[in-house]
Design a protein around this ligand. Structure first.
Ligand code: CA
Ligand code: CA
Length: 217
Protein backbone atom coordinates (compact mmCIF):
# COMPACT_ATOMS: atom_id res chain seq x y z
CA UNK A 1 0.00 0.00 0.00
CA UNK A 2 2.77 2.37 0.99
CA UNK A 3 4.75 1.45 -2.10
CA UNK A 4 1.79 2.26 -4.33
CA UNK A 5 1.30 5.62 -2.67
CA UNK A 6 4.97 6.47 -3.13
CA UNK A 7 4.98 5.59 -6.79
CA UNK A 8 1.80 7.67 -7.28
CA UNK A 9 3.52 10.63 -5.62
CA UNK A 10 6.58 10.25 -7.84
CA UNK A 11 4.37 10.10 -10.91
CA UNK A 12 2.56 13.27 -9.85
CA UNK A 13 5.86 15.08 -9.25
CA UNK A 14 7.15 14.04 -12.66
CA UNK A 15 3.95 15.30 -14.24
CA UNK A 16 4.09 18.64 -12.45
CA UNK A 17 7.81 19.30 -12.96
CA UNK A 18 7.66 20.05 -16.71
CA UNK A 19 4.65 22.34 -16.19
CA UNK A 20 6.40 24.47 -13.61
CA UNK A 21 9.52 24.65 -15.80
CA UNK A 22 7.34 25.77 -18.68
CA UNK A 23 5.69 28.41 -16.51
CA UNK A 24 9.09 29.80 -15.46
CA UNK A 25 10.32 29.79 -19.05
CA UNK A 26 7.28 31.70 -20.27
CA UNK A 27 7.38 34.46 -17.68
CA UNK A 28 11.10 35.22 -17.32
CA UNK A 29 11.86 36.98 -20.63
CA UNK A 30 8.91 39.35 -20.46
CA UNK A 31 9.95 40.45 -16.96
CA UNK A 32 13.35 41.44 -18.29
CA UNK A 33 12.09 43.17 -21.43
CA UNK A 34 9.37 45.33 -19.95
CA UNK A 35 10.72 48.76 -18.97
CA UNK A 36 9.56 50.42 -15.80
CA UNK A 37 7.21 53.17 -16.95
CA UNK A 38 7.66 56.67 -15.56
CA UNK A 39 4.37 58.47 -15.02
CA UNK A 40 5.64 61.56 -13.21
CA UNK A 41 8.72 63.68 -13.85
CA UNK A 42 9.63 66.01 -11.03
CA UNK A 43 12.11 68.88 -11.11
CA UNK A 44 13.04 71.17 -8.26
CA UNK A 45 14.77 74.49 -7.70
CA UNK A 46 13.32 76.51 -10.56
CA UNK A 47 13.91 80.28 -10.63
CA UNK A 48 11.87 82.38 -13.07
CA UNK A 49 13.80 85.14 -14.90
CA UNK A 50 14.57 88.26 -12.91
CA UNK A 51 15.45 91.52 -14.62
CA UNK A 52 19.19 92.12 -14.65
CA UNK A 53 20.04 88.60 -13.37
CA UNK A 54 21.86 85.72 -15.00
CA UNK A 55 19.83 82.62 -15.90
CA UNK A 56 19.66 79.98 -13.20
CA UNK A 57 20.66 76.48 -14.23
CA UNK A 58 20.35 74.90 -10.78
CA UNK A 59 17.34 72.64 -11.40
CA UNK A 60 17.62 69.18 -9.88
CA UNK A 61 15.86 65.82 -10.05
CA UNK A 62 15.17 63.81 -6.87
CA UNK A 63 17.64 60.98 -6.28
CA UNK A 64 16.74 57.40 -7.13
CA UNK A 65 14.52 58.19 -10.13
CA UNK A 66 14.60 56.42 -13.50
CA UNK A 67 15.22 59.70 -15.32
CA UNK A 68 17.71 62.54 -15.13
CA UNK A 69 18.12 66.09 -16.38
CA UNK A 70 20.71 65.78 -19.12
CA UNK A 71 20.89 69.38 -20.27
CA UNK A 72 18.94 72.59 -19.97
CA UNK A 73 18.94 75.88 -21.83
CA UNK A 74 17.26 79.20 -21.33
CA UNK A 75 15.99 80.65 -24.62
CA UNK A 76 14.80 84.09 -25.59
CA UNK A 77 12.20 84.80 -28.24
CA UNK A 78 11.37 88.30 -29.50
CA UNK A 79 7.85 88.22 -30.99
CA UNK A 80 8.32 91.50 -32.92
CA UNK A 81 11.43 90.40 -34.80
CA UNK A 82 11.20 86.60 -34.60
CA UNK A 83 14.72 86.46 -33.10
CA UNK A 84 15.39 83.29 -31.12
CA UNK A 85 18.53 82.28 -29.24
CA UNK A 86 20.06 80.78 -26.15
CA UNK A 87 20.90 82.64 -22.95
CA UNK A 88 24.09 81.17 -21.56
CA UNK A 89 25.18 81.32 -17.93
CA UNK A 90 26.85 84.71 -18.40
CA UNK A 91 23.83 86.16 -20.21
CA UNK A 92 21.41 88.57 -18.57
CA UNK A 93 17.62 88.87 -18.65
CA UNK A 94 17.37 92.50 -19.71
CA UNK A 95 15.24 92.71 -22.86
CA UNK A 96 11.70 93.92 -22.15
CA UNK A 97 10.64 92.97 -25.69
CA UNK A 98 11.75 89.34 -25.25
CA UNK A 99 10.00 86.29 -23.84
CA UNK A 100 12.15 83.79 -21.97
CA UNK A 101 11.63 80.07 -21.47
CA UNK A 102 13.70 77.09 -20.41
CA UNK A 103 14.12 73.88 -22.42
CA UNK A 104 14.81 70.93 -20.12
CA UNK A 105 16.20 67.79 -21.72
CA UNK A 106 15.22 64.64 -19.83
CA UNK A 107 16.72 61.21 -20.44
CA UNK A 108 15.93 57.85 -18.83
CA UNK A 109 18.23 55.21 -17.37
CA UNK A 110 18.37 51.73 -18.86
CA UNK A 111 15.27 49.72 -18.06
CA UNK A 112 13.03 52.79 -17.83
CA UNK A 113 10.70 54.47 -20.26
CA UNK A 114 8.40 57.48 -20.08
CA UNK A 115 4.65 56.90 -20.27
CA UNK A 116 2.63 58.77 -22.91
CA UNK A 117 0.45 60.29 -20.22
CA UNK A 118 3.39 61.44 -18.08
CA UNK A 119 2.81 64.51 -15.96
CA UNK A 120 5.62 66.96 -15.37
CA UNK A 121 5.86 68.93 -12.15
CA UNK A 122 8.27 71.76 -11.44
CA UNK A 123 8.60 72.47 -7.73
CA UNK A 124 5.55 70.30 -7.11
CA UNK A 125 3.25 72.04 -9.58
CA UNK A 126 2.49 72.12 -13.29
CA UNK A 127 2.24 75.92 -13.19
CA UNK A 128 5.57 76.49 -14.92
CA UNK A 129 5.19 73.67 -17.46
CA UNK A 130 4.13 74.57 -20.97
CA UNK A 131 4.57 71.44 -23.06
CA UNK A 132 6.68 68.38 -23.59
CA UNK A 133 7.39 66.20 -26.59
CA UNK A 134 9.69 63.45 -27.72
CA UNK A 135 12.53 64.36 -29.98
CA UNK A 136 12.53 62.49 -33.26
CA UNK A 137 16.00 60.97 -33.18
CA UNK A 138 16.79 59.94 -29.62
CA UNK A 139 15.18 58.74 -26.40
CA UNK A 140 15.14 62.31 -25.28
CA UNK A 141 12.27 64.12 -23.70
CA UNK A 142 11.92 67.91 -23.90
CA UNK A 143 10.03 69.86 -21.28
CA UNK A 144 9.39 73.52 -22.04
CA UNK A 145 8.53 75.99 -19.33
CA UNK A 146 5.99 78.73 -19.87
CA UNK A 147 7.28 82.02 -21.31
CA UNK A 148 8.29 84.82 -18.99
CA UNK A 149 8.58 88.53 -19.68
CA UNK A 150 10.89 90.74 -17.64
CA UNK A 151 10.39 94.41 -16.85
CA UNK A 152 12.90 96.93 -15.64
CA UNK A 153 12.13 98.31 -12.19
CA UNK A 154 12.15 102.05 -11.81
CA UNK A 155 15.59 103.37 -10.91
CA UNK A 156 18.03 106.16 -11.69
CA UNK A 157 21.27 104.74 -13.13
CA UNK A 158 24.06 105.18 -10.58
CA UNK A 159 21.70 106.04 -7.72
CA UNK A 160 22.39 103.10 -5.40
CA UNK A 161 20.82 104.65 -2.31
CA UNK A 162 17.66 105.74 -4.11
CA UNK A 163 17.72 109.43 -3.16
CA UNK A 164 17.24 110.41 -6.83
CA UNK A 165 20.70 111.96 -7.20
CA UNK A 166 24.07 110.45 -8.05
CA UNK A 167 26.74 111.31 -5.47
CA UNK A 168 30.01 109.92 -4.13
CA UNK A 169 27.91 107.97 -1.58
CA UNK A 170 26.45 105.91 -4.43
CA UNK A 171 29.95 105.19 -5.75
CA UNK A 172 31.02 104.02 -2.30
CA UNK A 173 27.97 101.72 -2.08
CA UNK A 174 28.82 100.19 -5.46
CA UNK A 175 32.45 99.81 -4.43
CA UNK A 176 31.50 98.13 -1.15
CA UNK A 177 29.30 95.71 -3.09
CA UNK A 178 32.13 94.99 -5.55
CA UNK A 179 34.43 94.24 -2.60
CA UNK A 180 31.88 91.93 -0.97
CA UNK A 181 31.40 94.20 2.06
CA UNK A 182 27.69 94.83 1.42
CA UNK A 183 25.09 93.45 -0.96
CA UNK A 184 23.07 95.67 -3.27
CA UNK A 185 19.70 94.18 -4.20
CA UNK A 186 16.77 94.99 -6.47
CA UNK A 187 16.66 98.54 -7.82
CA UNK A 188 19.86 99.44 -5.89
CA UNK A 189 21.73 96.65 -7.67
CA UNK A 190 20.35 97.63 -11.07
CA UNK A 191 21.25 101.28 -10.44
CA UNK A 192 24.81 100.20 -9.60
CA UNK A 193 25.25 97.94 -12.63
CA UNK A 194 26.10 100.77 -15.01
CA UNK A 195 27.28 98.56 -17.88
CA UNK A 196 24.31 96.17 -17.42
CA UNK A 197 26.44 93.02 -17.39
CA UNK A 198 24.69 91.43 -14.41
CA UNK A 199 27.32 92.39 -11.81
CA UNK A 200 28.27 95.48 -9.84
CA UNK A 201 32.04 95.74 -10.08
CA UNK A 202 34.77 98.27 -9.40
CA UNK A 203 34.46 99.62 -12.93
CA UNK A 204 30.78 100.40 -12.24
CA UNK A 205 31.81 102.25 -9.07
CA UNK A 206 34.32 104.29 -11.10
CA UNK A 207 31.63 105.25 -13.63
CA UNK A 208 29.31 106.34 -10.78
CA UNK A 209 32.11 108.36 -9.16
CA UNK A 210 32.81 110.13 -12.45
CA UNK A 211 29.08 110.92 -12.75
CA UNK A 212 29.05 112.30 -9.18
CA UNK A 213 32.07 114.48 -9.98
CA UNK A 214 30.41 115.78 -13.12
CA UNK A 215 33.01 114.20 -15.40
CA UNK A 216 30.41 112.14 -17.27
CA UNK A 217 26.65 112.26 -17.64
CA1 CA B 1 22.05 108.61 -4.59
CA1 CA C 1 28.45 96.00 -14.16
Amino acid sequence: MLKRSLSLLVAMLLLLAPLSALARGASAPSDEDEPVMIHTIELFGFTPPVWGAHPDYELTVPEGQGYYLDFSTWWFYVPETGDVGRIWEDGVFNDPSALYYQDLEIRVYEGYDIADDVSVLIDGSAEYVDSHCWSFNAPLYHVYTVEFGVFAPDFVPGDCDGDQSVTATDAVLALRHAMGLTVLEGAAFLAGDMDANGAVSISDAVIILRMAMGLTE
